[in-house]
Design a protein around this ligand. Structure first.
Ligand SMILES: N[C@@H](CCC(=O)N[C@@H](CS)C(=O)NCC(=O)O)C(=O)O
Length: 208
């Protein structure tokens, strides 16, 4: 299999950290989003959506969504599970993953992509021409303001978002928190549980 990725971007980073925790090395090619390589014909022949990451399996199947990529990798490399060990944990990891993607990742993307000149007419990922809507910048930031206290409360008395050990949900939350810094809306210092969680996840991933 082969992973197409771009290290600095948030969705690719979710997979990179997943692989790092599991000590897995797979064949990897960097696609330079800085120069728009993800929208070039060569990459679109691999993933017509023009998004990263993408995992190409040995039979040619292409997985384009992080959640699908990580589910597949978990099945191939089950040691150090990151997708939950029981049916309930698996459901909780998926629920958190879906919630974080919709409430935090998309909120940051909304604030970033509707503001930055780098995303002019590219307000959504991929090859479509999508104009920016300036009102969505504030709305994205407002969504983050609502998200942090809610997750802060969820983390009260808990080390991990789902179950009793680190999971993809925790990795995703770390990536979301770092991504929120790109729009200067990182969790405030008053969110003690979130900041302790960030430190815990970074330590588990040997990032410090
Ligand atoms: N649905 C995808 C989202 C992937 C995504 O949006 N990736 C961004 C990078 S973080 C991208 O490829 N953007 C392409 C672009 O901006 O043209 C997933 O969950 O994996």
């Amino acid at each position: 299999m082969k992973l197409y990725t771009f290290d600095p971007a948030p969705n690719p980073k979710r997979v990179t950290l997943f692989l790092k925790y599991k000590d897995i090395e797979i064949d990897t090619t960097q696609i330079d989003m800085g120069s728009g390589e993800q929208l070039g014909d060569d990459y679109k022949r691999i993933n017509p959506l023009g998004t990263l990451p993408a995992l190409v399996l040995d039979d040619g199947t292409v997985l384009t969504e992080v959640i699908g990529i990580c589910s597949y990798l978990e099945s191939q490399f089950p040691d150090k599970p990151l997708m939950g060990s029981t049916a309930l944990e698996q459901a909780q990891v998926l629920s958190w993953d879906h919630k974080l993607f919709n409430t935090v990742m998309m909120a940051v993307a909304e604030a970033l992509r509707n503001h930055s000149p780098a995303f002019a007419n590219r307000a959504l990922p991929g090859p479509l021409d999508v104009p920016q809507i300036s009102e969505l910048v504030q709305r994205g930031k407002l969504r983050l303001e609502h998200a942090w206290p809610s997750i802060e409360a969820d983390l009260e008395g808990r080390n991990w978002l789902a179950g009793d050990s680190i999971s993809l949900a925790d990795i995703d939350f770390l990536v979301c928190c770092e991504f929120s810094g790109w729009v200067k809306c990182a969790p405030p210092e008053s969110c003690k549980n979130i900041h302790a969680h960030i430190a815990r996840v970074r330590q588990a991933l040997s990032l410090d």
